[in-house]
Design a protein around this ligand. Structure first.
Ligand code: TZP
Ligand code: MG
Length: 226
């Protein structure tokens, strides 16, 4: 990765190092409830994922107003800070800055890293990718971690890109120098095949948010990843 702090010698500040070392230890990447809320308290749904071992919580609310996202984000920022869990905001750089999130997650159609970096400074920038070319570009542009998928069929993202399958996951360890998180159709059933393909980081939405016991499901999945 490129050195990009303002410190003499190009070294990273302590804050940047702390964030990147937390990132290196991520196994289970979880989400705010989105369409899987079903009348529950969103903060409690996130708290259950944290109790179950979530290493990251991403604020991903496609159908909320920005004001509602801000209000939920303030609560999740407080919770994740208290619990020592990384807090990432999907898509929205302004909101990530306002909330003092640990980072932002950008898709291929979002603001490119070269415009996001000056605003995010030493915070984390993650990028969604769907091919080796996109992985290479994101890494060269300074992505701190890569989301790679969709690995398996998923109903959670109707406008999904073509499935990448486990073959591409298996190649990632040789081509991707930053942490990579597999996403798409991953749950209790698929998690072992992911580990067999050499990936011990998974982002899971529906399998966890639809589980009868969210905390227990997180524990079951994370145990296999560690
Ligand atoms: N990006 C690629 S697939 C996907 C996203 C956000 C959805 C993953 O959801 P699920 O329910 O874990 O398959
Ligand atoms: Mg996006």
């Amino acid at each position: 990765m490129k050195g990009r702090s303002g410190k003499a010698g190009g070294g990273k500040t302590q804050g940047a190092q702390i964030l990147r070392s937390a990132l290196a230890n991520v196994h289970l990447y979880c989400f705010s409830p989105g369409n899987f809320l079903r009348g529950r308290d969103p903060v409690e749904v996130v708290a259950a994922q944290i109790r179950g071992g979530a290493d990251v919580i991403q604020l991903r609310e496609k159908d909320m107003s920005r004001k509602a996202k801000l209000e939920l984000g303030l609560k999740l920022r407080e919770l994740t800070r208290r619990e020592g869990v990384l807090f990432i905001v999907n898509d929205d750089i302004d909101l990530a800055v306002i909330l003092d999130a640990d980072g932002v997650h950008l898709g291929q159609e979002d603001i490119p890293i070269r415009f996001a970096r000056p605003l995010m400074k030493e915070k984390i920038i993650g990028v969604s990718t769907h091919s080796l070319e996109q992985v290479e570009r994101a890494v060269n542009d300074g992505a701190d971690y890569i989301g790679i998928g969709p690995v398996f069929e998923t109903a959670t993202k109707p406008d999904r890109d073509p499935l990448i399958g486990l073959d591409l996951i298996a190649k990632m360890k040789d081509v991707c120098p930053v942490p990579y998180v597999a996403i798409g159709g991953i749950g209790k059933e698929a998690i072992e095949s992911l580990v067999e393909a050499g990936c011990r980081r998974a982002a899971v939405i529906s399998d966890i948010l639809q589980a009868p016991d969210i905390e227990k499901r997180c524990e079951e999945i994370r145990r296999i990843l560690v």
